[in-house]
Write a protein that binds this ligand. Structure first.
Ligand code: SF4
Ligand code: MG
Length: 313
């Protein structure tokens, strides 16, 4: 609730603070148990930073993060350590997130050791189970990350995240680095795992077509803020925010007869260190009005479960 993460910009010979990048600026949402909550936006919109703040891998500048009733920003470190088992992350680049000098068996059993599974026999049995769950086998245990394909490496990352039976997994662009054919396999695996193990996902992506299949609700972020939030079907069939419309128009549609007109946005995403006044999207918005340059639109409820920040409504 009200999550903010600002990074100071320092400059000059004295290295004094000369500004701040508002990577995440007043972001609020809730995620239901068993849900997949999608967060979509271009790079630099603050979606990964939001994920890292939730897991306390980064300290937020302001705001509250509540997990099963516990306030994470003020929780004592030893309690947070216990909670870490329940909250895991899967990264975009499985290669960068797996230690290249460690065999798969070490990569997967390490979290078990950290969280107190003392017996080597138990750890091995759990590793076997985990490898099978993600579609690998003990045959892979004595190999190194470089001996696997991108998709297999992501399966290893998923096995590691599952090791301690988490409740929440933040999937930070888990398929963005993979070939399209492999993307579908990993998305299907994640979906099966969610059902089997009653997992909850926060699924971060830059591409609306990736979150479409897997998410129940989707939040669209632009320059550190959520600009639209709705149930998946509502968002895709009836987008309200001009930015969501543009993102959707860029996504490929399976049926060419229903192809939408493609909306090409002008210019690049402005720097988050000096976001435009008023609506941060006004410099690129095809529907911008005078008021958009001056007044920031409030995040308003359009109908049950559908929220948008735009002066058009
Ligand atoms: Fe476009 Fe104005 Fe709506 Fe912003 S508030 S998205 S500039 S119409
Ligand atoms: Mg990112």
């Amino acid at each position: 609730k009200g999550l903010k993460k600002h990074f100071d910009i320092k400059g000059g010979v004295l290295g004094r603070k000369i500004g701040a990048v508002k990577a995440v600026d007043e972001v609020s949402f809730h995620v239901m148990p068993g849900e997949t909550f999608g967060i979509v936006g271009e790079s630099g919109c603050g979606k990964s930073t939001t994920g890292k703040c939730i897991l306390q891998l980064m300290k937020p500048t302001a705001g509250k993060i509540r997990f099963e009733g516990k306030e994470l920003t003020t929780i004592p470190p030893e309690e947070m350590r216990k909670l870490r088992r329940d909250m895991q992350i899967i990264f975009q680049d499985p290669y960068a997130s797996l230690n290249p000098r460690h065999k798969v068996e070490k990569i997967i059993t390490e979290p078990l050791l950290v969280h107190g599974m003392a017996s080597a026999k138990e750890r091995k049995a759990r590793m076997k189970e985990l490898l099978e769950i993600v579609g690998l086998s003990m045959y892979h245990a004595s190999r190194y990350p470089h001996q696997f394909s991108g998709g297999q490496r992501q399966r290893i990352g998923i096995a590691r995240a599952l090791a301690n039976n988490p409740k929440l997994i933040i999937c930070d662009e888990p398929v963005s680095a993979l070939d399209v054919s492999v993307q579908a396999q990993i998305l299907n695996l994640l979906e099966d795992l969610r059902e089997t193990f009653h997992l909850t996902y926060i699924f971060i992506a830059h591409d609306l077509s990736v979150v479409k299949h897997i998410s129940h609700r989707v939040a669209v972020m632009y320059l550190g803020r959520i600009v639209e939030l709705a149930e998946k079907d509502k968002l895709y069939s009836n987008p309200k925010h001009p930015y969501t419309e543009a993102l959707l128009s860029a996504a490929p549609v399976p049926d060419p007869d229903v192809a939408r007109e493609r909306i090409i946005l002008k210019g690049d995403v402005p720097s988050p260190s000096s976001p435009p006044l008023g609506c941060a999207f006004h410099t690129r918005c095809p529907k911008a009005m005078e008021i958009c340059k001056i007044e920031r639109p409030e995040f308003r409820k359009m109908e049950e479960g559908h929220f948008v920040a735009c002066h058009l409504y």
